[in-house]
Design a protein around this ligand. Structure first.
Ligand code: PEP
Ligand code: MG
Length: 580
């Protein structure tokens, strides 16, 4: 059994489809200026050929209704046509008298090194896309035949040194039963696509493309992070039983899509989705989310060269309101800064970005940008049930100031005769320890609380959420975080306002009963988790959850809490819901 990183959960069995690509050797010797026109022509032909290949992949995805894949390929097509990239390659051929391969690879590396200098997970992911395009063009220049992934018509496991987003997009999802790659991380685009499409994936499996033989049976366990080559009949039978069980459970869960979330004795809690754009709003509606608990609007500002204006934002927020058909949609105002940088805003470099100029602090200074966003949200509130949420609030003064700016925006709209929801609710993210501690005071000025456990964990334990060196400390089930959550819920309820969690903890099925027992009114999470957590909650009495919360609150380490929760799930016969 080979081991790797568990990148997308579930078990898949299929025949090995190995994408083995020869190393591309790049001839760096100069060819002389007289050959340059010919090299330019070769590059043009290779670019056109790459464009046609990508267009075929794109059309295949569109025909199969796979919009996310089509979107990724559209971005690749745009990069391929980027005049800067192509211009750089051409300029190098002219100035250095080199072959098209060498010039294009230099242009790609330049692009990559620009992206590498930017401390941003999202931009880092673009590096893989640039390399993906680079290798396609280089292969076409070298005349290397690529395996026609679009032609796969039997159930396979895609195996390769690397599986690129465009290879993922080329394959018909219904035939891809799993992915095993030597490189890649759980945050890579390929892993994200696999999770969204429910394809089990294991990344970082040492030499898997060398170990596997084309066509042999392979089993991928994306929950455990293992790959088995040629499992015997008995093992295959076992795995098939597990796959069938998971499938049955998925169908059972889908039948809960339109139900409310309630315990056996009728205590309700709302399960909502975290979204980043129009596509994810659609997903949220599809899985039966009871609302959008967190709309991360900063993503609308990424991957472009200037901020979206009021009109553009208005359309996006109105679409979210309409897409959720009357269910509440919480729009979080811009949370830029920290690990979410936006180049064109020209923000200063900081020693401690997570403690610095981020979110509401930045909005106070970039007043016009903030005002445009508030006006856009207010205008869209006439079309559905929008709420406004301010991120990173650390003091009562900040909240009052943000509300003051919102009031001004409302007055402007009144004067202009533009409609908006005059009762729009305004809440805050509780993600700084100070906000959690003074929750009783903030509750007087808020209509709701939403606890951002991602940041609350980072600030409470003083552990940078992106720093691997100290990641052993980063655990939202830490007793300190759990106590702060309990405190915030209690303070909110005393003042009669609801409390939610929209950090990753909300979508951790292990934590679901604990959070229910702590009295949270809403949990907002990725779309993939809603139904499973609905099932967990609807399988217990509220008193059971309260007891779990009381006992967990007495524990001294996150490990004790996790072990205790696992033990409770086993006693309740619910551990199968944690495995799938
Ligand atoms: C959080 O901090 O928990 C949160 C939901 O916000 P983000 O992850 O976008 O910082
Ligand atoms: Mg946060």
């Amino acid at each position: 059994m080979e081991k790797g990183l568990a990148a997308a959960p579930g078990i898949g069995i299929g025949k090995a489809y190995i994408i083995r690509e020869p190393d591309i050797k790049i001839d760096k010797s100069p060819v002389g200026m007289e050959r340059v026109p010919e090299e330019l022509k070769r590059l043009k032909t290779a670019l056109e050929c790459s464009g046609r290949q990508l267009q075929t992949i794109h059309d295949g995805a569109v025909n199969r209704g796979e919009k996310e894949k089509a979107g990724i390929i559209e971005a690749h097509l745009m990069m391929l046509e980027d005049p800067m990239l192509v211009g750089q390659a051409e300029e190098k051929m002219h100035s250095m008298g080199i072959k098209a391969e060498y010039a294009f690879s230099l242009a790609i590396e330049e692009q990559v090194s620009i992206f590498e200098g930017i401390e941003d997970e999202y931009i880092k992911e673009r590096i893989n896309d640039v390399r993906d395009i680079g290798s396609r063009v280089l292969k076409n220049l070298a005349g290397i035949e690529m395996k026609d992934i679009t032609a796969i018509k039997e159930e396979v496991i895609l195996i390769g040194r690397e599986i690129t987003p465009s290879q993922m997009a080329a394959a018909d999802t219904k035939f891809v039963k799993g992915i095993a790659a030597e490189t890649g991380s759980t945050a890579s685009h390929t892993a994200i696509m696999a999770r969204n499409e429910g394809i089990p994936a294991v990344m970082g499996v040492n030499n898997i493309a060398g170990l596997a033989a084309e066509g042999q049976m392979v089993a991928v366990d994306g929950t455990a992070g293992t790959v088995e080559l040629e499992p015997d009949e008995e093992r295959l039978a076992q795995l098939k039983i597990r796959i069938a069980r998971t499938q049955k459970l998925k169908e059972e869960l889908m039948s809960m899509k339109d139900s409310a979330t309630a315990t056996l004795d009728g205590k309700t809690i709302r399960l909502e989705c975290n979204v980043e754009g129009t596509e994810s709003v659609k997903k949220a509606a599809e899985v039966g989310a009871e609302g959008i608990g967190l709309y991360r609007t900063e993503f609308l500002f990424m991957d472009r060269n200037s901020p979206p204006d009021e009109a553009e934002q208005f359309r996006v927020y109105r679409e979210a309101a309409a897409g959720m058909a009357g269910k509440p949609v919480i729009i979080r105002t811009l949370d830029i800064g920290g690990d979410k940088k936006i180049e064109y805003l020209g923000l200063p470099k900081e020693e401690n970005p997570f403690l610095g100029f981020r979110a509401i602090r930045l909005c106070f200074e970039r007043h016009e940008m903030f005002r445009a966003q508030l006006r856009a949200i207010l205008r869209a509130s006439a079309y559905g049930r929008l709420k406004i949420m301010f991120p990173m609030i650390a003091t009562l003064d900040e909240l009052k100031k943000a509300k003051g700016i919102l009031e001004k925006a409302k007055q402007e709209l009144e004067l202009e005769g533009i409609g908006y929801d005059r009762n729009i609710e305004v809440g805050i993210m509780v993600e700084t320890p100070s906000a959690a501690i003074i929750a009783d005071q903030l509750a007087k000025e808020s209509d709701f609380f939403s606890i951002g456990t991602n940041d609350l964990t980072q600030y409470t334990l003083a552990v940078d959420r992106t720093n691997e060196k100290v990641s052993y400390l980063y655990n939202s089930l830490d007793p300190a975080v759990i106590r702060l959550i309990a405190h915030v819920v209690e303070a909110g309820h005393k003042k009669g306002i609801p409390a939610a969690i929209c950090g990753e903890l909300a979508g951790n099925p292990k934590a679901a009963l604990l959070l229910l027992g702590l009295g949270l009114d809403e949990l907002s999470m990725g779309p993939g988790m809603i139904l499973r957590i609905r099932k967990l909650i609807s399988s217990v009495e509220m008193s059971t959850a309260v007891k779990i919360a009381e006992e967990a609150a007495e524990m001294e380490t996150p490990q004790q809490i996790e072990d205790y929760l696992m033990q409770k799930y086993r006693e309740l016969g619910l551990e199968y819901l944690l495995e799938m």
